[in-house]
Write a protein of this length. Sequence first.
Length: 256
Amino acid sequence: MASAMAPALAPEDEPEVVTVLNAAGTSPVVLVCEHASNFIPASYDGLGLSAADRQRHIAWDIGAAGVTRALSGLIDAPAFLAGWSRLLIDGNRPIGAPSSIPETSEATVIPGNRGLGAAERERRADRFFRPFHDRLSAFLDARRAAGKDTWLVAIHSFTPVFLGVARPWHAGILYGHSRDWGARLVAAFDSPDRPVAANEPYMIEAESDYLAPVHGEARGLPTVLFEIRQDLVATAAAEQDWARAIAALLTAVPPR
């Protein structure tokens, strides 16, 4: 267990590639936030994007880190937060997938990702992607070896409008193999004041997702992803409100 929690190595002026909160938490839930940060090291020159673009959803999941941190405390759950922008390499995409290192995100060209060679792609995977997932994998394996029940829950956010199309849901709950749990969570969370949809605005697919297929489903773990509309988690108070709502939901609707 100790090796899974050793501090990640990073220059003093950079955040850690992975931050682990509440590693000894007693909850069966293990939280993951792969798009927690918009950090891009100075050597990448912002990937050629403006400062404003680097604050947009294309660079990270706005509000997701705050919800994850608050939820970790509320339910006493371990949490893993990534420390780099998904524009460098997406923490929830298989290496080599077209969306792993996107040349265009939504309708925005990412100049620093254009025409990358295999060596640079591998360097980013070694610097960011693999250390994060290796630590998470070791942690999950240690829990299994210790006989601990584990439910894998990822926290994401999505844009209110995507390529000109409005998204009406306040949240989506995504699930693949965990159909029973996911459907019950949606039914319990959905309300006229808080519309929640199943597998919206995305679906979990092995070709384009990493966390659920590799860490969750391959281990036989109950696994769901929460997607929250980012304008609804734009403040610290809103992040806390959503964390409280999700905490109550997970307590009331466990897997079976």
